[in-house]
Structure formats: C-alpha cells, structure tokens
Design a binder for this molecule. Sequence first.
Ligand code: NAD
Length: 282
Amino acid sequence: MTIDGKAIAGRVMADLIPRAERLAQAAGRKACLAVVLVGDNPASRTYVRAKIKAAELVGIQGKELEFPAGVPQDELLAAVSALDADPSVDGILVQLPLPPQIDPDRVLDAISPAKDVDGFHPANVSSLQLGRPCTIPCTPKGIIRLIDSTGVSIEGKRAVVVGRSNIVGKPVAKLLLDRNATVSIAHSHTRDLKSLTREADILVVATGKRSLVDGSMVKPGAIVIDVGITRTAEGTLGGDVDFASAKDVAAWITPVPGGVGPMTVAMLMENTLECFEARINR
Ligand code: NAD
C-alpha cells in the first residue's frame, strides 16, 4: 500500500492550527519562522516557497530573507546573527546547500539551539545522540511518523538505512534505534547492498541516486521509505527507489513526490511551534 505522505502531512498541519492559535494568544503574537535563501537554485527556491506557504497555512508568520549567490560569508553571518538576536523571531532555517564561499558549519553555529528549527546545531545533534530533549531534524522525524502511520510496530524490526548524511541517514538511524529496531547503515562503500537491503523489514533510502533500489532489493512485506528527490532533464521528479518494481514487493511504500517531502514541511511547522512554546514558557 502507498503511504500517502501528502494526506498525512495535511492532517498534521490541520492539527497544528489550533495549537498555533493558542500559543499566539498566550504570547500576544504569532510564531515567526525566518527562512534564509542564498542564491537562485530553483529547487531551493521551491522548497522555501513551500515552507513559507505552509507556515501561513498553519498560522505562523513566515519571514523570507534572500541573498545573492555571491554574498560574502560575513554579511550572511551578520544577518543570521541579527535574526538570532531578534526577540520576535522564534525559528531560523537556512536553506541548504550554500554557495562554496560560505562554510555551512559557521552559519549553522550562528543559530542558537533554541531557534534551530532544523535540529542541525551541534547542541541539538549531540542531545539527540544522548537521548536528551532536543529539536529533532524534520525529515527523520517525519519518516518515523510515516512508519508509525502504517500501524506496524518498529520494535524488534530489522531496519536498514541507505545513506549516512548528517541531515537524514544518521539521525533517522538513531531514531529507529531509539524505537528498538536493529539498525544497519549502508553507504557508498557498502559491499553487496542488495543482500543487506533484502534483510530489511524497514528500509529507508536517502542517497540522491535515482532508482538505486529496485524491487529485487526489497524484502517481501517490508516498509520502504524513499527520501530521495531527483529531477530529470525533462523536469519529472523521482526517488531513490524504483516505485514500479518495489511497490509489488513491499507491504508499504512512500511515493516521490507526495511521500517524505510534504511530511518534512509539516515537521518543520511542528518544530517551529515547539521552539515558540519553549520560548514562551522560558
Ligand atoms: P547526501 O548526498 O548528503 O548523502 C548521500 C548518502 O548516500 C551518502 O551517505 C552516500 O554514502 C550514500 N550513497 C551514495 N551513493 C550510494 C550508493 N550507490 N549506495 C549506497 N549509498 C550511497 O544526501 P542527503 O542530504 O542525505 O539526501 C539524500 C537524498 O534525499 C537527496 O536526493 C535529497 O534531495 C533527498 N532529501 C529529501 C528530503 C525530503 O524532504 N524529501 C530531505 C532531505 C534530503
């Protein structure tokens, strides 16, 4: 069966509306999410638009800041630090990737953990590892919700995560471990990927390699979460999993588009409200 990420994200967002309203009444203003876009990468621009639109839908004020691709690092750092110091801003997101003259670590470090709605700050990353309260990165958080939506328990399952990035692979593996799955992480140096993926009751693929995983690599009855988003020259979107062959083998599978993507945006809204609530209660 297809896991309808768009519909599930829609329900999450609808549930966030009264929460945003309640918090706005308590604070005397709406939550504010600042989104920083550098350069003119069309995919980044689409994501930023989707995030601002979602914020408005939920009742969060979206604040978009745009910089040219050639912006000097100091200028960008100064702008991010200003947002960080602004008491009317509750969450800051810097859309990645950044142009080569900018060190992404310097930018992420300029956002205080309390406003780090992406959960990328080292303090949030280490808290996640230690099992302490923290902001959980949006995509991994959304993936767990999508798995939970199937009603299948994660506990005791064999989970395989393909991809070891800091924003998807590593954190989702930790979240699966926290839910008592037995987790393996595969990556570009993994030998015989197929024999590993075929063991997976839960298979999460986040590589950016179009159709890397086909039906022959999926264990019958598995839950398959396809995180990848690639665009062909003709502009069609596709994932890391060959949906056509995998859907007949898997019990549950996410489509691309309409799977993980919308859930990531919904989780960003939830994280923004969590940061807002923590600031109000401080
Ligand atoms: P990344 O480029 O940082 O990491 C890719 C990972 O894939 C690496 O760890 C690499 O070792 C692994 N890999 C590459 N080729 C492989 C192979 N042949 N076999 C096994 N592993 C291989 O990527 P990322 O930032 O984690 O993103 C991965 C994909 O997910 C991209 O397509 C990205 O656009 C997409 N993404 C989607 C969302 C969403 O909201 N839907 C969010 C984040 C990323």
